[in-house]
Design a protein. Sequence first.
Length: 476
Amino acid sequence: MEKLFKLKENGTTVRTEVLAGLTTFMTMAYIIALNPNLLTNFDVGSPLWNGVFLATCLASAIGTVCMAFIANKPFVMAPGMGLNSFFAVVVANIAVINGVEYTNAFQAGLCIILVEGVVFLILSVLNVRERIVGAIPLGIRLGIGPAIGIMLMNIGFGSNVGVYAEGNGYSSPFYVMRDFFGAMSPKYLSTTMGAEYTQMVITVITMFVGLMVIIILSKKGVKAAVLLGMLVASVIYWICDALVLGQNPFASLATASFIPPFKDMAATTLFKFDFAGFFNIGFFTAITLIITFCIIDMFDTIGTLVGTASRAGMTDENGNMPQLKEALLSDAIGTVTGACTGTSTVTTFVESASGVEAGGRTGLTALVSGLMFLACIFIAPIAAIIPAAATSAALIYVGILMLIGLGRIDFRNVDEAIPVFIMLLAMPISGSIGHGIGLAMIVYTFIKVFSGQAKRVSLLTYAISLLFLIKFFLVV
C-alpha cells in the first residue's frame, strides 16, 4: 500500500483512507438508483433500467479505480447529476424526432457521450485541459471551493432530501427549510402541508442531529466523524420511519434481487451505439449537443478537482494541483467507459469532498469507493436504504468547511471579488459547477476589458468566456 499510494508522504494511514473511501461512497450511494431512474423516466425493473443500473456501478468503479492508480487522488467518479437529466431530455427529443422507442433513442444518445469522452482523452493527453485550468484567473480558482461548498449545502438542504415535489413550488435553493421554521406552532398546524408534513419534520430533525454528531466528533478529533454521524442519523431515521410513520425501512430488502441483470445490459446498453439514429437528428444539432456536453463536463470536472484539492491542501500558492493531467485523464476514461457500458457522462463527484474531510489524501480512498461501487452490482438494495437525511448531514458539514477557502480571496480587489460573488450565487442556483465558473469568467473578462486592462487577459481566457457566452445564449 505504501509503495502504491505513498501514504506516509501524504500524511495518512490505511485506516484513515479506508474510512474516507467509505464516507465518500455513502454520501454518493444515492446515484446507484437515482441515475437509472432519471435516465429511464423511472421505468424501474425494465431491461433498460437494469442496463443503466449496471452501467452506473461499472463505469463509476472503473473510472474511480483509474483515478486511484493513475492519479493517486482521493476523488470518486460517477454519472454526473445535471448532466444525466440533460441527457434524458436529449434522448426524449431524439425519440420524437426519429419516431423511435426510447431505448433506441437512448442508444443513439450514447454516441454523444462516446465522442465527448474520446475528445477529452485526446485533450488530456495533449495537456490542453491543463492549459484551460491555467487560463482561469487565480481569484476564480480560489473561489471554486467555497462556491462548491454552497452548492453542497444546497444539495443537503434541498434536492437531496426529496421531501417535496418540484412541481409544488419548493425547488428553490435550501427549500427543505422553507416550512420547518415554526412548524410546531398552532397556526402552522391549522394549515398543514398535508401528508408530507410529518416526513418533512423527521427529515430535518434527523439531518440536524446527524450534523451535530459530525461536528462534535470532529471537534474531538475523531477521524470517522462524518461516517459515524451518517450512521447515527440513519438509525434515528429508521426508528422514526418505523415508530412514527409506521413503515418498515427495510421492506425493500425482502423483495430485492441480488442477481446482477447482465443479460438486460447486453441487450440494451453494452456497446449499443446507434450513430445512424444520432446523426438523423441533423448534423448541426448533433455537433452542437456534443460541444454542449463537452463544455459542461469539462468545467464541472475542473471545478470539482480544483475546489476539492484546494480544501485538502493539495494545491500550491497559485491554486495549481499536482497530477492534474492524470486526474483529467482518469475522468476521460470514466466517460468513455460510461458510454460503452450505457450511461451518461461520468465525472468527478463533488461529494468526494466528504472523503477528503474525513482525511482521505491518496488514491486508496478512491480505490475503496470504487470497490464499493463494484460490490453494489450485488448489494445495491443494501446501499439504497441509506436515508437521504443522513447523506444531507454530511454534505452540509463539508459545505460549511469549504467556505473557509473564502479567506484566501482578496475581497478588496473588485476584479477578483465580483466574479467570485457571482459564482457563489450561480452554482447553487444553476446546479452546475461549470455554469458558475463560466459566468464568473465572463464577468471577469468584461471588468478587465471595460476598465482598460484588456491586455492583462490571456487569449485563452477570452476564448473560454466567448464559448460560454455562446453556450448561454445560443444553446438550449
